[in-house]
Design a binder for this molecule. Structure first.
Ligand code: C5P
Length: 226
């Protein structure tokens, strides 16, 4: 079988990574969570006090990009975790603080160029499932399979809230709801590669689908294209 490039885009907290991970495992492909890379770049900027909720030092963020080395490494359980300059930052990048600043960093053109370049290298040989906001539109416009995921906003907020609290994050449902709304708004209206549903993407609304049902559906689609 041909090694495909599979692009999964969509709204925040729609289960893109969950599906991408399961799909990659099933097909024995590489899984790349591109959002983790934007989160890593954001954490670096936050540690240098270059970004907070109401301030973004664009010039200094751009100037500090060469300091950033991002890599994924599998942990003992085989789960990919993000490393920032050799440090495992998987837990930190999922915090509400990073979530509240990431869209302000991700809208910077130079940040995107810096990360897109690395994402393209990760998928250069095909056999990759990458999830994000601009994968089907910008990173891999020639991907054989493109999905656009959506789900009811309240269901998304509840799922993300459950995920965060189960990891011990102290957040309220309102805070999570607000964060998702704000990111969707910023990510879809920014000038640089905004979140859009490309023409050749297949829409997947998973409001009422279990992860297993989603995987089954997408494996059907994979069969058709390969
Ligand atoms: O996927 P996740 O929600 O972890 O992504 C975090 C943020 O990173 C998004 O809200 C968006 O601002 C940015 N992002 C992006 N392009 C991607 C992936 C993520 O701009 N391909």
């Amino acid at each position: 079988d041909k090694e495909l490039t599979i692009a999964i885009d969509g709204w925040t907290a729609c289960g893109k990574s969950t599906l991408a991970k399961a799909l990659a495992k099933e097909l024995n492909y590489v899984f790349v969570d591109s959002g983790a890379m934007y989160r890593g770049a954001t954490l670096h900027a936050m540690r240098k006090n270059l970004v907070s909720r109401n301030h973004v030092d664009i010039n200094r963020i751009i100037a500090s990009l060469p300091e950033i080395k991002i890599a994924f490494k599998n942990n003992a359980k085989g789960k990919a975790e993000l490393y920032l300059n050799g440090e495992n930052v998987e837990k930190e990048i999922r915090s509400i603080e990073v979530s509240n600043s990431v869209s302000s960093v991700a809208k910077i053109k130079e940040v995107r160029l810096f990360l897109v370049k690395q994402q393209r290298i990760m998928g250069i040989n095909g056999g990759v499932v990458m999830d994000g906001r601009d994968i089907g539109s910008i990173v891999f416009p020639l991907a054989e399979l493109k999905l656009f995921m959506t789900a009811d906003p309240d269901i998304r907020a509840q799922r993300r809230f459950d995920e965060l609290t189960s990891k011990g994050e102290k957040v309220t449902l309102e805070e999570v709801k607000e964060n998702l709304k704000l990111r969707d708004e910023m990510d879809s209206t920014r000038e640089e590669s905004p979140l859009t549903q490309v023409e050749d993407a297949i829409v997947l609304d998973n409001s009422n689908l279990t992860p297993k049902e989603q995987l089954t559906k997408v494996l059907e689609l994979v069969k058709k294209v390969r």
